[in-house]
Design a protein around this ligand. Structure first.
Ligand SMILES: Cc1ncc(COP(=O)(O)O)c(C=O)c1O
Length: 397
């Protein structure tokens, strides 16, 4: 039987794979430290859970409008105006099953076959597959460590062709934790407007920024870039709601309409109960976000300072999200128990097999010389896991 060649070309998510493997090892009684987590280890705050319980008790359990309920869309518009200085009408908002779903809808709405999307590397691995699902062509532009793993307009210019349709910007970034400054974003915005390109701006980690950096939405600069931007956001990371599956997009109305139409056939509305929970999250007390951030910040400091003291590896201190992107610099070419480590996948496999530490090799993130450690796990586990990594590095030959 001949199956879809497009479908066969889609790779499984290696982050989910490594997390699943670590979970299985744990279930088998092995003491594994999993640094793979792409989700906060905190519980969803009580007032959000209560809103969902109320929704069930009130019978809010039927279909809703495919692109989401009006009160939630209004709350999202209010949030976007207050937090991000961008004005949207509810008709420009589409609520979907997580930011992942919003991104897939976006690419399906803006791409024609063979349209190119510039994706700066390192990138969150799903972007490449999503563009392919929508018949687009991902064009990877590698950012340099010297520029804090962020692309410059010069990098984008070099990748520009007649087929370029969009640029993907993810700030704060998964996997690097880097945040684009206002100046950097302005330059990218001017470049996009000049070349008539869309900007898909994934702002899912917006609330998790530490120190003096601040989040800027690229759509906020002027009317020209506003008309070219699709903002992607959601409640998964900020409110510890990964399992609830609520994300949203804000875009020019014509694009939102296409996304809404696609969604109405592909999946209908996102879960009605989860929409009520997301409404409570976005419009409720934001103290819960601050508390989580304080804890993440402590872990970030600890993890970064430990890594900085270890032999053979290095990292740039992240400013956002909950990941440290670690360069294997001097590890590559060394041996562990006789086996040569020549890329991040070999490193991660040996680390898991020998030290029972799950780290994400960034091969599928466009950087096979780096791995990613998440600090969305307890401090106790961070300490234990880092001790083991240190032990592993001490045994390199
Ligand atoms: C950069 C980035 N965007 C989007 C998502 C997807 O978020 P959601 O759980 O809302 O689908 C993730 C999740 O890992 C992410 O890291």
């Amino acid at each position: 039987m001949i199956l879809s060649s497009k479908g066969l070309d889609i790779k499984p998510s290696s982050t989910l794979e490594i997390t699943a493997k670590a979970k299985q090892m744990k279930a088998d009684g092995i003491d594994v430290v999993g640094f793979g987590a792409g989700e906060p280890d905190f519980d969803t705050p009580d007032h959000i859970k209560q809103a969902a319980i109320d929704a069930i008790n009130e019978g809010f359990t039927k279909y809703t409008p495919a692109s989401g309920i009006l009160p939630l869309k209004k709350a999202i518009c209010k949030k976007l105006e207050e937090d991000n200085n961008v004005k949207y009408e509810p008709s420009q908002i589409v609520v979907s099953n997580g930011a992942k779903h919003c991104l897939t809808n976006t690419f399906m709405a803006i791409l024609n076959p063979e349209d190119e999307v510039i994706i700066p590397a390192p990138f969150w691995l799903s972007y490449v597959q999503m563009v392919k699902i929508a018949d687009g062509v991902p064009i990877i532009v590698k950012a340099s460590k010297e520029n804090n793993y962020k692309v410059t307009v010069k990098d984008l210019e070099d990748a520009l062709t007649k087929k370029t349709k969009a640029i993907l910007i993810n700030s704060p970034s998964n996997p690097t934790g880097m945040v684009y400054s206002e100046e950097e974003l302005k330059e990218i915005a001017d470049f996009a407007v000049k070349n008539d390109l869309f900007v898909v701006s994934d702002e899912i980690y917006e609330k998790l920024i530490y120190g003096d950096e601040k989040h800027i939405s690229i759509a906020s600069f002027n009317e020209d870039i506003y008309k070219k931007t699709i903002i992607i956001n959601g409640v998964s990371k900020s409110y510890a709601m990964t399992g609830w599956r609520i994300g949203y997009s804000a875009a020019p109305e014509a694009i939102s309409k296409i996304m809404s139409n696609i969604q109405s056939h592909a999946s209908s509305n996102p879960n009605s109960i989860a929409q009520k929970a997301a409404l409570a999250a976005i419009s409720g007390d934001q103290e819960c976000v601050k508390k989580m951030k304080v804890e993440f910040d402590k872990r970030r400091d600890y993890m970064f300072s430990r890594i900085s003291e270890m032999p053979y590896i290095s990292a740039i201190k992240p400013h956002g999200a909950f990941y440290v992107f670690v360069d294997l610099d001097e590890v590559l070419g060394k041996k562990y128990k006789g086996e040569v480590i020549d890329n991040a996948s070999v490193f991660a496999k040996l680390l898991l097999d020998n030290e029972k530490v799950a780290a994400v090799p960034c091969t599928d993130f466009g950087f096979d010389t780096h791995f990613r450690l998440s600090y969305a796990i307890s401090m106790e586990n961070i300490e234990k896991g880092l001790d083991r990594i240190e032990d592993f590095l001490d045994n390199l030959e």
